[in-house]
Design a protein around this ligand. Structure first.
Ligand SMILES: Cc1cc2nc3c(=O)[nH]c(=O)nc-3n(C[C@H](O)[C@H](O)[C@H](O)COP(=O)(O)OP(=O)(O)OC[C@H]3O[C@@H](n4cnc5c(N)ncnc54)[C@H](O)[C@@H]3O)c2cc1C
Length: 479
């Protein structure tokens, strides 16, 4: 592909995938890259999207390539310093350091989503303004086919409209991707852009976020304050599963940043029936007698929490099609379309791979661009062939790895723990025969998702055979 064609890119979505893809292309010498983002700023605070990311070795393949891992580390709490305090209903506390099961694992970094997106945006502002323009407050509202070109209609501030005709259009616009939906419509009967959905015990769970002040007080004692770098699990006084809740707080590096507590429950939990501010306030007072709530929850935050609808964990899903080409984009005729990140694979956050798999998508695509010398037709075909089986494996891993972690069912959680520790122990004793649980294997960024699934399945087969042998021996003894 001639350098003249390494230009005219439109990326829909300025989340981690969109900004990461723009930086990767700019680093490869691509120019005239426009990122269309409907939010007003990169670090725009959306309370119900204010979760934290753990950028692990897989995600760091891209941050290493972009040479921003040291900046990422500066903004984050490393997993090697991950301390977790459980606060019971009577106020008793226990702090544990999360064990590092695999000492060879690359240090992973915890930081709020907004900080990570802002880090990528700052990198663009500092080094790539000549090749990347991020257009905030702009929304892609329509994509139309005109012969071999795609016309992308953008609306600015819900008013002015303008049209782009890109050589490369990248859909980084998340679960409800307009780019993927357009491909689905243009494909007619084909279902390669239809999301295939797979059940999981954690999908359908609802979540809401309550914002707490930085270093909020943990008791009436004056200097008893929470630490920003500490994770907390604050248990409620309620026993009834439809009332019991837990506030989950992940660590933040910045001591002045407000803390966000996730509440994750079944849809029929009582918290979703609370309609007024007074009801919410009363619920929290009864739930958390161990906390000085009057110093923690402002009336404004209670009002915001009451009116927020929260979110829902998605069903694990992916689509088979990752790209589509009209014309010959490498000759500057027609448009190539590519999907990255949540736009073609999406799932609940059980194994912390949402952002890491999105960053790995981009890294793998850049490796293929390098091998094909940026020939889009060749690169896109190879990319789909290589990445698609991995994503299929990832979706299966999401289903089996740790879907019971949200206290939905205590027995299922216990069964999961038995399975986890059995595999852990067998792997320590017979590493050549048994692999650790897939939840641990995922942390090894050198293994692809397909390799992890294959290892996990092999251990499952061995365990089933052993189980069968034990049953047969018992029957034989009885007879
Ligand atoms: C509650 C919850 C907790 C999570 N926790 C984790 C976690 O701990 N670890 C983890 O790895 N992942 C987690 N995830 C998943 C993670 O957020 C996603 O996998 C990741 O954000 C994917 O990045 P993305 O850029 O592909 O999509 P998104 O982050 O969804 O970004 C899409 C962007 O596109 C913009 N956009 C969409 N449509 C348009 C349009 N028409 N025009 C212009 N802009 C548009 C959106 O405003 C958004 O900025 C969690 C998800 C949820 C819901």
């Amino acid at each position: 592909m001639s350098d003249r064609c390494k230009e005219n890119v439109v990326i829909i979505g300025g989340g981690p995938a969109g900004l990461g893809a723009a930086l990767m292309l700019a680093k490869r010498g691509w120019e005239d890259i426009k990122v269309i983002e409907q939010r007003p700023t990169a670090d725009y605070y959306e309370p119900d999207k204010s979760f934290s990311y753990q950028i692990d070795g897989r995600g760091q393949k891209l941050t290493d390539l972009l040479e921003i891992t040291p900046k990422l580390a500066d903004l984050s709490v490393p997993n090697t310093d991950f301390y977790f305090t459980i606060i019971q209903k009577n106020g008793t506390r226990k702090t544990i350091k999360l064990p590092i099961a695999d000492s060879k694992r690359k240090t992973a970094y915890w930081l709020p989503r907004a900080s990570f997106v802002q880090l990528l945006y700052q990198e663009i502002q500092e080094h790539w303004q000549g090749s990347i323009k991020v257009l905030f407050n702009t929304k892609c509202i329509e994509i139309n086919q005109k012969k071999e070109d795609l016309e992308v209609i953008i609306q600015y501030h819900s008013q002015d409209r303008f049209t782009f005709t890109p050589t490369l259009l990248i859909g980084c616009d998340g679960l409800n991707s307009i780019v993927r939906q357009t491909l689905y419509q243009l494909e007619g009967e084909s279902n390669s852009f239809e999301m295939q959905k797979f059940p999981s015990p954690s999908s359908g769970l609802r979540y809401k976020v309550i914002t707490l002040p930085p270093q909020f007080p943990l008791s009436e004692q004056e200097d008893d304050l929470s630490q920003s770098t500490m994770a907390y699990g604050i248990r409620s006084a309620f026993k009834d599963p439809k009332k019991a809740i837990s506030l989950g707080l992940l660590p933040f590096k910045n001591p002045n940043q407000p803390r966000t507590a996730n509440i994750i429950t079944y849809p029929d939990h009582q918290i979703w029936q609370l309609k007024t501010q007074a009801e919410v306030e009363d619920f929290f007072q009864q739930a958390f007698p161990q906390l000085p709530l009057e110093k923690i929850l402002s009336p404004e935050e209670i009002a915001r929490f009451t009116s927020s609808k929260g979110g829902k964990f998605p069903i694990p899903q992916y689509c088979e099609g990752l790209y589509k080409i009209w014309g010959k984009p490498e000759n500057n005729q027609g448009t190539a379309v590519l999907l990255l990140g949540d736009a073609f694979h999406c799932f609940p956050p059980d194994i912390g791979q949402g952002v890491n798999s999105a960053l790995e998508d981009i890294y793998i695509f850049q490796e293929i661009l390098a091998k094909t010398e940026d020939n889009l037709s060749q690169a896109l075909t190879r990319y789909q062939k290589l990445r698609q089986p991995d994503i299929k494996a990832l979706i299966r891993l999401v289903q089996i790895s740790y879907p019971w972690q949200y206290n939905q069912d205590i027995w299922q959680k216990r069964l999961w723990s038995i399975n986890f520790f059995l595999r852990f122990a067998l792997n320590r004793l017979f590493p050549f025969l048994f692999s650790p649980h897939s939840f641990l294997l995922i942390q090894n960024h050198e293994l692809s998702y397909s390799e992890i699934l294959a290892k996990s399945n092999r251990t499952t087969q061995l365990l089933s055979m052993l189980g069968g042998l034990v049953i047969l021996t018992v029957i034989w003894q009885i007879i």
